[in-house]
Ligand binder design. Structure first.
Ligand SMILES: [Zn+2]
Length: 396
């Protein structure tokens, strides 16, 4: 198995054991905890000038901080997405600058592409023939695309409520799709049984150690796009927690390498109908409790029992950030407002972060000099029906 020079092992979040990447491709062999790629930061020689000189063309330009070399990557040139200024939104929020990191412009239209590029690369390095996962939608579409790229067979388990685009594109990429009645928990159960029975390589959020490694690059890019001027706040729509954990790890690594002095405050935004992380944050708990009856139109982030809730809460606490829950109508209103006023298309689930930024502003969290980045994790056109229906409900 070929890994990058700086990768020194996979460290278990639970028991702290470090294992050789060749010996573990999923969870910790000792205790079943999630594994985290560890690097020898002393060995990494990376400065701003070196990065500035590279083309801004894909996430693999951060090769020193990724577990595999670009020439072995299953890549569709993911990453390198625009950071688009939103002056009208900045004015409404009363902040100095507001940017949308538009990850809807990834190969399959979501942030999932960053993580699945790395995770599918790992699967191929481990000699897997079949990869599988349960997903709320975007991850399934993305996994099917990257498996096709890598010459692997993909099996995606999506709950029946997943967007039509996601289901259709799994098929178009020649993936094997199982639509599971119910919600993400049902899809996770169905996927788990089949994965175990068939011995498939699991690409689930924290089953593979590698998805957040790809997500990290979104924050690397944001900081570079702002000419190394770290934003005061990054607002992240949050379901499973992979994105928030990835952004936090990226900030920690940039600090450790001396490329930035302070991490941005990380704010996680959830839909009020399924906000286990926000509830835990507000109650001062370090572990979320599963939501018994999740109910939000934002299916992409409807994850009632987030697999890395405690890591997300750490990210928020360590960066002096926060957590905010927003009702569905406000989320859909914000997606429509950004499309109408700024021309930027934001997915219905990702719009939780836009609405979350609005709410944080109302709570007085930001001041007029702050620079705020909202991560758009999914293309608006994938939720065209949900957004259009919301307009219909208003008689438009
Ligand atoms: Zn362990």
């Amino acid at each position: 198995m070929q890994t990058s020079d700086a990768l020194v092992g996979l460290e278990c979040y639970e028991c702290g054991d470090r294992v050789d990447p060749a010996d573990a491709d999923q969870r910790c062999p000792e205790c079943g905890g999630a594994l985290d790629p560890a690097y020898d930061y002393e060995q990494i020689d990376l400065d701003r000038e070196t990065l500035d000189a590279r083309p801004f063309d894909s996430q693999w330009r951060y090769r020193e901080l990724l577990p595999f070399d670009p020439d072995t990557a299953a890549s569709l040139d993911e990453g390198g997405t625009p950071l688009v200024e939103g002056p009208s939104l900045a004015g409404e929020l009363g902040v100095g600058e507001l940017y949308l990191k538009d990850d809807g412009r990834n190969p399959t239209g979501s942030t999932a592409d960053r993580g699945l590029s790395v995770a599918v690369t790992a699967a191929r390095e481990h000699g897997a023939g079949d990869v599988a996962l349960a997903s709320t939608g975007d991850g399934g579409q993305s996994a099917a695309a990257y498996a096709a790229r890598a010459g692997l067979d993909a099996h995606a388990f999506l709950p029946s409520r997943s967007p039509f685009t996601n289901k259709a594109m799994v098929n178009v990429h020649d993936g094997d799709m199982t639509v599971v009645g119910g919600r993400i928990g049902d899809a996770l159960d169905a996927a788990g049984e089949e994965i175990e029975a068939e011995g498939w390589h699991d690409l689930g959020w924290f089953e593979t150690p590698y998805r957040r490694e790809g997500v990290k690059t979104a924050l690397f890019e944001i900081v570079e796009q702002l000419a190394w001027d770290v934003p005061d706040a990054v607002v992240v729509p949050t379901g499973s927690g992979v994105v928030a954990v990835g952004v936090h790890k990226a900030a920690t690594e940039l600090e450790r390498l001396g490329l930035i002095e302070d991490a941005p405050a990380i704010y996680v935004a959830q839909a009020a109908g399924c906000a286990p992380i926000v509830d835990a944050w507000e109650d001062g708990r370090d572990e979320p409790e599963p939501v018994e009856y999740p109910d939000t139109i934002c299916g992409g982030i409807e994850v009632p029992d987030p697999p890395a809730g405690s890591l997300v809460l750490d990210a928020v606490a360590e960066t002096d950030g926060g957590a905010v829950a927003v009702e569905d109508p406000a989320i859909l209103d914000s997606a429509i407002a950004v499309a109408a006023n700024e021309g930027i298309e934001v997915g219905a689930s990702a719009a939780a972060a836009v609405a979350g930024a609005w709410e944080l502003s109302r709570e007085g969290v930001f001041d007029e000099t702050d620079s705020v980045v909202v991560l758009n994790t999914g293309a608006g056109s994938k939720s065209d029906d949900v957004l259009r229906s919301h307009l219909m409900g208003q008689g438009i």
